[in-house]
Write a protein that binds this ligand. Structure first.
Ligand code: GCU
Length: 442
């Protein structure tokens, strides 16, 4: 029997519901059902990021950066994402395959192992694809850096990119296939030609090479990464996969800093969905990332917990118990007891540019909550004399707002699409053009 595409989608959705939400049916943002859901959002007050423990209000960037920002960051480490022991590891880099041409000579690629120096078998692999013309001219390329969901071999059809040997989820996308047969299946999420044509390099690693995305994945990653002697260094409850993935992004940044082909001062860290949560968390902690982009990161990412719209703390902790630290479970159904909300996570990135992207039918991720978080993060940008998000109301669909905080809501469902990438590249172009103008005017 040959199933139509629609029937196949419906079959996959029924079969894998609960395992993956990649084919979310969604409801329209303007529909009656949506309005009913919106009417259920409880009344809440957002924590004021500028209000200190002693009741005073922060009024300048100095006291924000040296005091309040650090306190909020520590709070996130302790109660939400964890503060994983990965930072104790001594990391080395080895170039697995040197520069070789790909994409019909337009690009050069290389693969790098980022490994534990005390346990060299423990590594994750960074794939880097660079614009050939930039490298041939002896220039350094700016970089888009992001984790991928199913292995580096899935983002391009190039045959000689190594295949991940780590655990792979068996969900509606991989459907039980072997890693080798997944070559190129994520091509539409990673428009490499477009990125290369715009003059950027792309650096990516498989999230599952760092922490496998399953409930015992943290245990597996401890076995994988740490030697016996190193294991006494950590507290189990402080481990969370999102924090592990963010650590991976920061280690990739360590590598980029020492690669002569790449411009470490122009690195855009981005991620979609759960990997967008990791990109925001990496960007909040690490000032070396010049631009941070979250695509539909939703609960635990760019949206406000207190709205309880779509996915909530209780449901995310139940379905993905390994993503956050143990303390976070105490906030199931107690959003108001958290001392922070996600406008503050975005605000931790200030004054660097950040872009939040939502999709109209991706209601699980609460697009309106993402918009409100972006808008409320503006308070912190103002301390730096910057305008945050230049919009009072949710903009019309497919309209990008580009300020120090960028935002769009795309039509359609959950996913990272061509439209999203076009905006991300424009945002990076605009930011980097501005910074080079500033340099010239100094
Ligand atoms: C699930 C999860 C979300 C996550 C998404 C994804 O839908 O509930 O929190 O963002 O998967 O990563 O695609």
């Amino acid at each position: 029997m040959i199933l139509s595409y629609k029937a196949l989608r419906a079959y996959i959705f029924r079969k894998y519901r609960g395992i993956s939400n990649y084919f979310r049916p969604g409801v329209s943002f303007k529909s009656e059902r949506y309005k009913k859901l919106e009417a259920r959002v409880p009344k809440f007050e957002l924590p004021n990021p500028l209000l200190t423990e002693t009741g005073s209000i922060i009024t300048n960037k100095e006291s924000w950066s040296s005091g309040q920002r650090v306190k909020i960051l520590n709070y996130y480490q302790r109660y939400i994402y964890g503060n994983s022991p990965f930072s104790f590891l001594k990391i080395g880099f080895s170039i697995l395959s040197g520069d070789s041409y790909c994409l019909n000579g337009k690009a050069l690629k290389k693969e790098v192992n980022i490994f534990n120096e005390n346990k060299p078998g423990a590594y994750f692999r960074l794939l880097i694809i660079m614009p050939a013309s930039t490298i041939e001219a002896g220039l350094k390329a700016p970089v888009f850096l992001g984790l991928n969901f199913f292995g580096n071999q899935t983002i391009t059809r190039e045959k000689d990119i190594s295949v991940t040997e780590s655990w792979l989820p068996n969900n509606s996308i991989t459907l039980g296939r072997k890693a080798e047969s997944l070559r190129g299946i994520q091509l539409s999420s990673w428009p490499i030609r477009q990125i290369i044509d715009a003059g950027y390099a792309l650096a990516t690693a498989y999230c599952g090479d760092i922490v496998p995305d399953k409930s015992d994945g943290i245990d597996l990653s401890i076995e994988h990464w740490f030697s016996k002697e190193e294991r006494h260094n950590f507290e189990l409850g402080a481990l969370g996969a999102i924090d592990g993935w963010a650590w991976g992004l920061r280690k990739a940044m360590d590598y980029i800093e020492q690669d002569e082909d790449l411009d470490a001062s122009r690195v855009v860290v981005l991620g979609h969905s759960r990997l967008g949560k990791a990109a925001l968390w990496a960007g909040a902690q690490d000032p070396r990332f010049a631009i941070i982009i979250s695509n539909e990161s939703g609960c635990g990412g760019a949206t406000l917990f207190r709205r309880r719209f779509g996915e909530t703390i209780a449901s995310i902790n139940q379905q993905y118990p390994h993503w956050f630290c143990q303390e976070f479970k105490k906030f199931n159904n107690r959003e108001n007891e958290l001392l922070v909300d996600q406008h503050e996570l975005i605000g931790l990135i200030a004054p660097r540019p950040v872009y939040i992207a939502s999709a109209q039918r991706d209601l699980e991720a609460d697009p309106y909550g993402e918009f409100l978080a972006a808008k409320n993060a503006s308070t912190i940008y103002k301390l730096f004399g910057l305008i945050g998000l230049q919009a009072e109301e949710l903009p019309p669909v497919n309209t990008s707002i580009m300020g120090n905080i960028g935002y769009h809501i795309r039509s359609g469902c959950h996913g990272i699409k061509r439209f999203d990438w076009i905006q991300f590249i424009r945002f990076a172009d605009k930011t980097f053009a501005q910074s080079s103008n500033n340099l010239h005017s100094v």
